[in-house]
Unconditional design. Structure first.
Lengths: 538, 315, 277
């Protein structure tokens, strides 16, 4: 009865050295050739469970209980040597960051061939032939010679595929994929996703696909298990989870991604007055022409999104507006006055009116300062307020960002990611700015928390008449909050129009590519894309 | 990569120049009037004049520096102030002695401490590692003369295996030389090995925390293979740096050890000169020590470049 | 037992106790020493007795008294050196890190050159020219030691300067002083405090070593290194006289190192070597 499962985990329990329960009594069953998606927010324990299926616990963690039955054998009951022999051979791991997973001192071929030779499955020459077959299947350039290169000589996307080859080198029964595409650009992600799916299908490997992105996992998984705080929330077939979830939490996770199309920014906040206008801006990093002739304008109460992948120059644009980088040419007008390009030539008053919210809240606020210090400092600095006035204003700001007043005495270390981001927003608001630049404000947050932050930002825009410039790579975020959107590629805008128009009728090929690369919350989306590409190639 | 090595060599030479300038500035320019600084307040005007003439202080500073430097490059380090002996004749044999002693200690210390450091890192958290941690912690806290005296009391006075004074002379045979210098070398070894063990251990530990080590374990590689094939090649660079750094400790330790064992080396020569305020000898010794030091560091940096996989295999 | 909210190990407790005793003794020496600093109360190298707990030194003074005064002197000088060195090093290091530009290049190159000469050698050079008075000793060693503090502070500063909260402060228009003292320094305290302990040990040993060579603290001041030197000949007669001050030195440095080691281990995380396989 249990033999139908290639991997059967019963009652898994993990504790930290300090005694905290990290994973609480989780069961998991995987059939041959089946893909199970493990979904959850950060801290849900999904990576930990993935590693536990190989009976491996990171330093500071300890597998306290449960059975891990691989191919009928309880590998947790084996001795160290027995467990070692399973790893890599019958169950293999694909890490999140390929760049960190490869040893810089050895060639790729050495590392891909290491496992099969070690486990005495093949000789080195046999392993090399097999490796080249895998490289070809994974669409790597010059597959016969690819292995000779070293990790620092190939790109991130290629390394990710090389890692897939390394995992498949022993033809394991089970693959554990730990967020394999999270670190990649949207357009690269879809390539890798297609390759992974065909690889899994071709070799009939069972797989555990760990991710926080429900839309991505919907494309590859047959079943999905939802995790939260180390416990299982729900499990079911993929279409059922997507469309008829039983649990409230699951439904919320699905809604965050799926409802993108129905939420559009409230247009009523936009006033006709232009707050910021950039004309034909050019900027360089040394000799590299990073921003090429960008023109942009933002009206009062409007959110303009600049969307692009890494290297597009969108963050550079943010730095130009804040004065951290000087453009070589171009006019920038802010509130009808020319904006001095260098930060140091701007008056304190001018600096006050443009504020910045960062991507990673952990490093955006000083961990050694209390919230009162953090939020209160701009009030003291810009308005010369005394202690009592600062405290009063701080309490107002906390209310605006929906944080309890008594948090003012706390330090950032005691807050969650979402709460920290609210503090960052409060700090920006403390200056009473006219324009806030939001640099990937939700990228580092879990989807549900990100949703709350976006809702907060919309509310603040309505109440305070703020203008936002939103820098992001995430099209869903753009849908939710931006009135107008600019699509940036290699330093130039390929499109700049109302958000609706851009998404409903994309004109530029890159915009089309970008939009079609974002996974949708339906099971057959990837298969459709693959079919389209086949047809186009044929 | 060749370009990097050449650059590093040039930097080494440049550093030597800068060091020579620094030494010269400190000994001849900083004190203002060197004569009264060295001879003290109670010096007679005649004594000051004589001193100035001996040192050539009436010649402008940069010419003096140039003369000194050119002389040094030709092997002429001048004449001692106190006993009028030609410095280079006294310095060279002493330099040889010091290098012998330092080399003897390094030969034992380096393999011992690097090996134990790697083992300690592999066994992190186990009792053997904890023991090593405590023992080395105590060892690096002890003053050199304390260790020396302990060893003397035990080996020279109690069991009488080795002499308590290291009498080394020029014509001595190799074996005899080794025997005489064993106790001081042992002292130096203990001093430096403890530092090197701790630093090696932490270098290896930081490599063991890298993600590719975890990936190697997850491929089913046995522990020994992970350490040898995956961790050590990447720990080579930091370990080389550790060794170079500790050669500096060796230089410092040598001076004190030579004093304890009355060993006729460069350190003793310099200490004597300092107590007698013999400026030319001080300059010469300082320059020699610094040159050895800079050369060691340059060698270490070049080895680090050679060992770096990213530089060995360019794009 | 807990200190500042962290669990104290046995070795750290021992270290803390010893350091505490040394500090108290050094502070109150003039009041609690059995005899005055230079009183002759016995014969050369008298054995320990009820009258003189550690016996007499090379000219008949009470060893214990001399050790107490010696500790006071050596600890005091080492503390002065380390404090001065940290003031110089932290200021230059953090300013270099935050301001960058030619200021950074200037200090870094200067420090690089200074560090190319081993510190003992450099100290010997300066002492050879200027003599070994206490102010010269303190200033010379402090400047030499500040190079290491500079490097550490600069490295810390560079890591912290790129933090977004520092950038946020700059965007606001905060001045250099604010950025260094309110944004960067509070986050750099922990490694600096442990470094203070380590540098104190190093300077303490350094001063003792110099005194041992006869080039450090000069007589008639009592100082532990000098005492080892003065009593060294006793070894040849099998007597333990120089061992007492040497042990005092060793005891203090071991204790400080134990405490610093404990402080460093609080933050340490287990490395990959400890993963469960």
């Amino acid at each position: 009865m249990d033999e139908q499962f290639i991997l059967n985990i019963k009652g898994l329990r993990l504790e930290s050295v300090a005694g905290n329960v990290i994973v609480d009594n989780v069961d998991l069953q995987l059939r041959k050739g089946e893909v199970l998606g493990l979904i959850g927010e950060s801290g849900a324990g999904k990576s930990t469970i993935g590693l536990s299926s190989m009976v491996y616990a990171r330093a500071g963690l300890h597998i306290a209980g449960g059975e891990v039955i691989l191919g009928g054998v309880n590998i947790r009951a084996l001795d160290t040597e027995g467990r070692r022999q399973m790893r890599g051979k019958r169950i293999a791991y694909i890490a999140q960051s390929a760049a960190a997973a490869f040893n810089p001192a050895h060639s790729l071929m050495d590392q891909v061939c290491e496992a099969p030779v070690l486990h005495k499955l093949m000789t080195r020459p046999e392993a090399e032939i097999w490796a080249c077959e895998l490289f070809t299947a994974l669409d790597l350039p010059d597959p016969q010679n690819f292995g000779k290169r070293y990790p620092h000589q190939v790109s991130g996307g290629q390394l990710q595929r090389a890692m897939a080859a390394m995992a498949m080198s022993c033809r394991p029964d089970v693959l554990v994929l730990d967020e394999p595409t999270t670190a990649l650009d949207v357009t690269t992600q879809i390539e890798v996703l297609i390759l992974l799916k065909s690889l899994i299908r071709q070799y009939h490997t069972a797989a555990l696909y760990i991710t926080h992105d429900l839309a991505v996992v919907a494309q590859v998984a047959d079943r999905i298990k939802v995790l939260r705080h180390g416990k299982e929330v729900e499990e079911g077939l993929t279409p059922q989870i997507l469309h008829h979830a039983n649990q409230d939490y699951t439904a919320r996770l699905v809604a965050v991604r799926g409802a993108a199309a129905s939420e559009r920014a409230v247009a009523a906040t936009v006033k006709p007055e232009t707050v910021l206008s950039i004309k034909d801006c050019h900027a360089y990093y040394g000799d590299f022409h990073v921003v090429r002739g960008v023109s942009l304008d933002v009206k009062r109460g409007e959110t303009v999104a600049v969307v692009g992948e890494s290297g597009s120059g969108k963050s550079t644009l943010a730095r130009i507006i804040t004065g951290l980088l000087m453009p070589r040419s171009g006019e920038i007008v802010f509130q009808n006055k020319a904006l001095p390009p260098a930060l140091n030539s701007r008056s304190k008053e001018l600096k006050r009116t443009i504020q910045l919210v960062y991507q990673i809240p952990d490093v955006a606020i000083n961990p050694r300062q209390s919230l009162l210090d953090i939020i209160g400092r701009p009030v003291e600095f810009y308005f010369g307020a005394g202690r009592a006035a600062v405290l009063a204003r701080a309490k107002e700001l906390m209310a605006l960002v929906e944080l309890p007043e008594d948090f003012l005495q706390r330090r950032p270390g005691q807050l969650s990611g979402g709460q920290k981001q609210r503090v960052c927003i409060a700090r920006a608001l403390a200056a009473k700015p006219d324009l806030i630049i939001l640099d990937e404000p939700t990228s580092a947050l879990d989807p549900l928390v990100a949703e709350e932050i976006l809702t907060l930002l919309r509310k603040l825009q309505r109440e305070l008449g703020l203008s936002y410039v939103l820098i992001t790579h995430d099209l869903d975020v753009v849908h939710r909050i931006a009135h107008r959107t600019a699509v940036m590629l290699q330093g130039q805008f390929v499109a700049f129009d109302e958000t609706d128009k851009i998404f409903d009728h994309p004109e530029h090929p890159y915009t089309q590519k970008l939009i079609t690369a974002v996974p949708e919350m339906r099971v057959d989306w990837l298969d459709e894309v693959m079919a389209k590409r086949h047809a186009a190639a044929a | 990569m060749a370009k990097l090595i050449v650059n590093r060599l040039l930097l080494g030479i440049l550093t030597l120049f800068a060091v020579s300038v620094l030494i010269f500035v400190c000994t001849q320019i900083l004190p203002g009037d060197v004569a009264s600084a060295v001879l003290g307040q109670g010096a007679t005007p005649e004594a000051l004049v004589v001193f100035r003439r001996e040192l050539g202080l009436d010649i402008p500073a940069h010419i003096r520096y140039w003369n000194w430097l050119v002389g040094a490059l030709h092997g002429d380090l001048g004449v001692a102030l106190t006993n009028k002996r030609v410095i280079i004749n006294d310095l060279l044999p002493r330099l040889r002695n010091t290098l012998f002693l330092a080399g003897y200690a390094a030969l034992i210390a380096i393999p011992l401490s690097v090996g134990l450091g790697v083992l300690s890192a592999i066994n992190e958290g186990k009792w053997s590692d904890r023991l090593a941690n405590v023992v080395t912690l105590i060892a690096i806290s002890l003053p050199e003369f304390f260790i020396a005296y302990l060893l003397i009391i035990f080996f020279a006075v109690n069991v009488q295996w080795f002499p308590s004074l290291a009498m080394v002379s020029n014509g001595m045979g190799f074996g005899e030389r080794v025997f005489q210098t064993t106790l001081p070398a042992l002292t130096l070894t203990l001093l430096v090995a403890a530092h090197m063990l701790r630093m090696t251990r932490s270098s290896v530990l930081s490599v063991m925390s890298k993600p590719y080590i975890e990936v190697a374990f997850l491929k089913g590689a046995p522990r020994r293979r992970v350490i040898v094939r995956h961790a050590l090649p990447n720990a080579a660079a930091p370990i080389i740096t550790v060794i170079a750094l500790n050669m500096a400790y060796l230089v410092v330790g040598v001076v004190v050890i030579e004093a304890v064992f009355v060993y006729p080396g460069l350190g003793q020569y310099m200490v004597d000169a300092v107590s007698k305020r013999d400026v030319p000898v001080i300059q010469a010794c300082g320059l020699t020590f610094a040159t050895v030091f800079v050369m060691l560091n340059t060698l270490a940096d070049i080895l680090v470049i050679l060992v770096n996989p990213r530089l060995r295999h360019q794009r | 037992m807990k200190l500042f909210g962290h669990k104290l190990t046995a070795s750290a407790a021992f270290g803390l106790a010893v350091v505490g005793i040394f500090i108290l003794v050094s502070l109150f020496t003039p009041w609690i020493a059995p005899y005055s600093e230079s009183a002759n109360v016995g014969g050369t190298w008298d054995e320990p007795s009820a009258k003189m707990l550690f016996g007499a030194d090379q000219i008949g003074r009470d060893m214990l008294t001399r050790m107490m005064y010696g500790s006071r002197m050596t600890i005091g000088v080492a503390l002065a050196i380390t404090t001065l060195s940290f003031l110089i090093g932290i200021l230059t290091g953090l300013v270099s890190a935050v301001v960058g530009g030619w200021v950074d290049v200037f200090f870094t190159r200067l420090v690089d050159v200074m560090l190319s000469i081993p510190s003992l050698i450099f100290a010997l050079i300066i002492l050879g020219v200027f003599g070994s008075s206490i102010p010269v000793l303190i200033m010379t060693i402090a400047v030499l030691d500040s190079t290491r503090v500079f490097r550490l502070s600069r490295a810390l500063g560079m890591n912290l300067t790129v933090m977004e909260y520092v950038e946020a402060a700059r965007l606001r228009g905060e001045g250099l002083w604010w950025v260094i003292t309110r944004e960067i320094l509070p986050n750099a305290w922990a490694p600096l405090v442990s470094e203070f302990g380590l540098r104190f040990c190093f300077n303490f040993l350094f001063i003792a070593g110099l005194s041992f060579l006869g080039l450090g603290i000069q007589p008639p001041y009592a100082d532990l290194g000098g005492m080892v030197r003065e009593n060294a000949a006793a070894i040849n007669f099998g007597m333990m006289a120089p061992i007492y001050p040497a042990t005092a030195i060793a005891l203090l440095t071991v204790s400080v190192n134990l405490v610093v080691d404990w402080m460093l281990s609080i933050d340490a995380r287990p490395s990959g070597a400890q993963a469960e396989l």
